[in-house]
Design a protein around this ligand. Structure first.
Ligand code: NAD
Ligand code: UD1
Length: 309
């Protein structure tokens, strides 16, 4: 596969830039399309001649069409990743989170690119998980514009598969964490916020009682799966959960951080966020059936890597 070109939308972001490093290390050429809204140039090894950064918006159809030319595969990660941002501003997040996906479909059709890896989300299940793990057949109950845009995007990728022979690999990521997850906004991923605040001794706010659960996966483990999805001969049909079938409450997360750092700043408990999901845990049998999974990075090991980045 050496020298084959992979287009990564959102490649300057947290997950994207970790994938960029892995693909460059494997000999690929990589083109990143990113509007640098949450992504950063400093996440990318821009001195590598096999890396190209196109600064722009996935909502710009003509730009996405140009970006797809010459690619052998696309990994579509560009989106406003914050669920809460979509609740506050459904119109503008829809441009990134849905129109961007449709533009990727159309650009690939025009350029004759087949393989696309799409970052959908566990958010499509809404609160259907209860305490049990969620499999892919679980009823979809999107509670937010973010989740609705992800689910609609999945359907469009499937339409382009049937109609135009696209080969989508649709992943429903559960909660990913690790180095380069940007902690700077109140909408950032909880682990990035708690880790930064714990390290700096700043007070931590838990929305709700702290008993809500998430299935946290270290970004290096996810990247191992994403690379296989780019390279595998045949794209598996239907969406695939990406998680470890392992849950952690926010209280347990805080406990793990305090064991690593030695102490914790003040923690307050406030109202839960509207649209927030109570429990989230992946049944990952489909994932395990189609991919060679790495040993799960234990939460504390991943947290240490994040704190030492
Ligand atoms: P991130 O914010 O670090 O990455 C998103 C990237 O997309 C950023 O670089 C941002 O600048 C870029 N971007 C946003 N809107 C854009 C637009 N309109 N045009 C071009 N670029 C744009 O977040 P992440 O955690 O790395 O998320 C990557 C993808 O994975 C997203 O699609 C997100 O919805 C999805 N996802 C993430 C998680 C998680 O736990 N982190 C879980 C489920 C799904
Ligand atoms: C996350 C991802 C989303 C993805 C989904 C899949 C981010 C920003 N969000 O959403 O893209 O689709 O997983 O499962 O990466 N919390 C606090 N205090 C804080 C911040 C958060 O208590 O300062 C709580 C939230 O209310 C929530 C939990 O922590 O209960 C997790 O929040 P968050 O990290 O934003 O993730 P999700 O909403 O699960």
């Amino acid at each position: 596969m050496s020298d084959a070109l992979v287009l990564i939308t959102g490649g300057a972001g947290f997950i994207g830039s970790n994938l960029v490093d892995a693909l460059l290390a494997k000999g690929y050429a990589v083109r990143v399309l990113d509007n640098l809204s949450t992504g950063k140039r400093s996440n990318l090894p821009l001195d590598n001649p096999r890396l190209q950064l196109l600064e722009g918006d996935v909502a710009d159809a003509a730009l996405v069409a140009r970006a797809a030319v010459g690619a052998t595969a696309v990994v579509h990660l560009a989106a406003v990743a914050s669920v809460q941002a979509s609740v506050d501003d459904p119109v503008s997040t829809h441009q990134s989170n849905f129109v961007g996906s449709l533009n990727v479909c159309e650009a690939m059709r025009q350029a004759g690119v087949k393989r696309v890896v799409f970052a959908s989300s566990a958010a499509v299940y809404g609160n259907n998980g209860e305490d049990d793990s969620i499999d892919e057949q679980t009823a979809k109950a999107p509670l937010t514009p973010y989740a609705s845009d992800k689910l609609a995007s999945e359907h469009y990728f499937d339409f382009y598969r049937r109609q135009h022979g696209l080969e989508p690999v649709i992943f429903r990521f559960f909660n990913i964490f690790g180095p380069r997850q940007d902690p700077s906004s109140p909408y950032s991923g909880v682990i990035s916020i708690f880790s930064e605040r714990a390290q700096k001794g700043l007070p931590i706010a838990v929305f709700g009682d702290g008993e809500q659960t998430r299935d946290f996966m270290y970004v290096g483990d996810l990247v191992a799966v994403l690379v296989q999805a780019v390279e595998m001969a045949e794209a598996p049909l239907g969406a695939i959960n990406v998680g470890w079938n392992r849950t952690t409450t926010l209280k347990q997360l805080l406990q793990a951080l305090s064991e690593i750092i030695g102490s914790l700043p003040a923690v307050s408990y406030t109202e839960p966020r509207s649209g927030d999901i109570r429990h989230s845990r992946a049944n990952n049998q489909r994932l395990a059936a189609s991919f060679t999974l790495p040993e799960p990075t234990p939460l504390k090991v991943g947290l240490e890597k994040l704190l030492n980045q």
